[in-house]
Design a protein around this ligand. Structure first.
Ligand code: CP3
Length: 347
């Protein structure tokens, strides 16, 4: 099975060649904004659903059928490989991942087990099923980046300040680097399983990296994310990288080895292109909250994102993938998403 399809607009834009149209997909396009999602998920736990290939396949396809996005993103979660490797955790609706025994010292880090590819075989099976169904639509795999995974493991759940995570980082750098090294290995095994099964691109989500200064990002995080990207240097799949509030980190996140740098809504794409430097594509960056406003405002913002992206190409960005600046909010009217896809494709 070929991992690249030159004709898919997302793969073309991500690889720096001219796409047939501006590609568009949405982070969190599969999920709670869709009634058909709520229907098939009824009575099935979030994590349980991630280990059922038939269900993963169906949920991944739902937004593609409805919105005609240029890409599907595998329905899963960043904590799936942790759970597969034996970490006792759950995803609590309205809260997020909750870890039974947070990892806060050298012993707990030593006890963290490596991921065996066999433990994520249901995910690989879902990818194979999806490649059989998707035709020319690209399939994006993903993993959580070492820092964002570490934040959940150390805090024990979602956090605003990431204070325990930073406390470990500053007080015991050796343990910190051991932890991030193990999480990089976990991401590599998880991504390898997806790419080998047919995922044509992947996104490394470092959602919470924006909590760090540039200097700390470079010292404590970037080498580990860079190792994940380097493992796929010759895999022939575009590598996407995204975080929230990462305006000051955009250059460093590109340098970690991303072909496409995701940008949230705070930095216009032409300015992002200057920060990232030439030679990489950009993804983004409509504020997901704009989609809760009237169509006039949505259209104005979508047109502005595309105009900023065109200006980004003029200063050296190699392509633009239209997306939101973070995930689809659950309250979003799915009909609005369909209209945004039509608008972007028509511009
Ligand atoms: O459509 C897609 O984007 C694919 C599916 C996907 C999910 N999680 C499904 C999900 C992806 C790519 C993720 C990644 C993920 N998970 C990230 C990185 C992306 C980001 O948003 O920054 C993070 C930080 C997580 C951790 C996580 N899992 C959170 C914060 C939540 C939300 C908690 C809540 O209920 O508000 C989850 C749960 C989750 N992951 C849901 C879905 C569809 C909701 C579960 C449900 O339907 O009850």
């Amino acid at each position: 099975m070929s991992n690249t399809t030159a004709v898919n607009p997302l793969l073309a834009a991500a690889q720096g060649t001219r796409p047939s149209r501006r590609p568009v997909w949405f982070m969190r396009q599969a999920g709670r904004s869709l009634p058909e999602y709520r229907k098939v998920r009824a009575g099935i736990g979030m994590l349980d659903s991630c280990f059922r290939p038939d269900l993963v396949c169906e949920i991944t396809l739902q937004p593609v059928r409805r919105h005609h996005t240029d890409a599907a993103i595998l329905f899963s979660d960043i904590v799936v490989p942790l759970r597969a490797a034996g970490v006792d955790l759950d995803i609590v609706s309205g809260v997020g991942p909750v870890i039974e025994r947070p990892i806060r010292d050298a012993q707990a880090v030593a006890d963290l087990r490596a991921l065996d590819p066999a433990q994520v075989e249901p995910v690989a099976e879902a990818v194979r099923l999806l490649r059989g169904e998707l035709g020319g639509t690209a399939l994006i795999g993903f993993a959580g980046a070492p820092f964002t995974l570490a934040s959940y493991l150390v805090e024990g759940g979602p956090s605003r300040s990431h204070e325990r995570t930073k406390a470990l980082m500053y007080s015991d750098p050796d343990t910190w680097h051991t932890l991030l090294g193990k999480l990089a290995d976990l991401a590599i095994v998880f991504l390898r399983a997806q790419v080998d099964a047919g995922a044509q691109a992947f996104q490394l989500f470092d959602s919470w990296a924006g909590a760090l200064s540039l200097a700390d990002y470079r010292e404590y995080v970037q080498p580990h994310s860079a190792r994940v990207f380097a493992a796929f240097e010759d895999a022939g799949v575009p590598r996407l990288h995204f975080g929230v509030g990462t305006g000051e980190l955009l250059g460093a996140m590109g340098e970690a080895g991303a072909d496409v740098v995701g940008v949230d809504w705070r930095v216009p794409l032409d300015e992002a292109a200057r920060r990232v430097g030439p030679g990489r594509a950009l993804q983004g960056n409509l504020d997901p909250a704009v989609l809760l406003g009237p169509w006039d405002a949505i259209e104005t913002h979508v047109r502005r994102v595309c105009a900023d992206a065109d200006a980004a190409l003029a200063v050296g960005a190699t392509g633009h993938v239209f997306n939101l600046g973070h995930g689809v909010l659950p309250a979003t009217d799915p009909r609005v998403l369909t209209r945004v896809v039509e608008l972007v494709h028509g511009l």
